[in-house]
Design a protein around this ligand. Structure first.
Ligand code: EPU
Length: 294
């Protein structure tokens, strides 16, 4: 457990201050100990994976951080004469790595992860997806640590899948440590064609820039990006934070944006859309720390 740990390098916006304590467990047992210590210290707990869907506030943050980076084991095993692959993977495994594995081995189902940054744990926690495809039906089981610092299994029947909502019960689950995924074999041409389809959906997204993916959820039947665009939000800025000119639901850190800059720009965008369209945008990103409201 490290104290006063800087979080700037642990998120894709490259912002944020320090947390009270930081731990990076390598096994489920170590994760249990990390959670138990946070509970003993009566600290607030925040889990970070790749930090690709979180805004971390500036200054000192009154929370303990557990980083899943080193929960990175991947164990594939073939079943039913190779028709199925079972992959047991740690929460800290980058989803890109799982996609690569499934493509190389010739199994379909994870193509929706094309162009999605982040880790398995983070992607599951926020139910990441594209064009209606996600982990629903693929993840059969997860290992987690509860709020008493004890490991337990979550069966498929307990997952509740919804658009960009956490499928597990946050009041019971402190941390997901690993998941079991099942995929079916498929011809490589089919897998590659699916990947092409998902990649084309992202052609307007500012990949490679310092962003945190889409900032807002899509309101039912609408695209938050289109609404923001139609309201003239592209290009508006606060400090070093700018609404992307390629896709208005992305905010880029183009210089030395502070976390507060990004927050104020997000809030400004929400106000504009509320005023011009009467739609209240809901955040897709998570927040760690506190932000000043203007
Ligand atoms: N559009 C605009 N202007 C913009 C952005 C979009 O006019 O600035 C239009 C597009 O031309 C398109 C429509 O709005 O006609 C929808 O846009 P897009 O296809 O980019 O999809 P989206 O609804 O904005 C969603 C997910 C993305 C995911 C893509 C592709 C959410 C909030 N966003 O975006 O997910 O990559 O579909 O499947 O659900 C994320 O969750 O972080 C994310 C990036």
């Amino acid at each position: 457990m490290l104290r006063d740990f800087p979080l700037r390098d642990l998120n894709t916006w490259g912002v944020g201050g320090t947390c009270i304590s930081y731990d990076s467990p390598r096994t489920a047992l170590e994760a249990e100990e990390s959670v138990a210590e946070v509970i003993r210290n009566e600290e607030k707990l925040f889990i970070i994976g790749a930090g690709s869907n979180v805004l971390i506030s500036d200054g000192h943050i009154n929370a303990a951080v557990i980083h899943t980076e080193r929960l990175d084991s991947v164990q594939p095993s073939r079943e039913e004469f190779d028709k199925i692959i079972r992959i047991e993977a740690g929460a800290g495994v980058p989803v890109r790595k799982l996609l690569e594995l499934s493509v190389n081995e010739g199994y379909e189902g994870l193509e929706f992860l094309t162009g999605i940054p982040g880790t398995l744990g983070g992607a599951l926690w926020g139910n990441a997806g594209a064009a209606g495809h996600g982990f629903n039906g693929l993840i059969k089981e997860a290992d987690a640590v509860d709020w008493n610092g004890r490991s337990f299994k979550i069966g498929e029947e307990s997952f509740k899948w919804g658009y960009r909502t956490c499928p597990v019960d946050k009041s019971t689950v402190a941390l997901i440590t690993s998941c079991v995924i099942y995929l079916n074999s498929a011809p490589k041409e089919v897998i590659f064609s699916n990947i092409k389809k998902f990649a084309s959906l992202k052609k307007d997204q500012p990949l490679g820039k310092k962003t945190s993916g889409c900032v807002f959820k899509n309101p039912p039947g609408m695209s938050a990006g289109r609404l923001l665009d139609e309201c003239g939000c592209k290009g508006i800025s606060v400090g070093g934070a700018v609404v992307s000119n390629s896709h208005a639901n992305f905010i880029e850190n183009v210089g030395d944006a502070s976390s507060q800059d990004i927050y104020e720009l997000c809030e400004l965008c929400r106000e504009i859309v509320l005023k011009l369209c009467g739609v209240e945008l809901e955040y897709e990103i998570n927040f760690l720390g506190t932000f000043k409201k203007n």
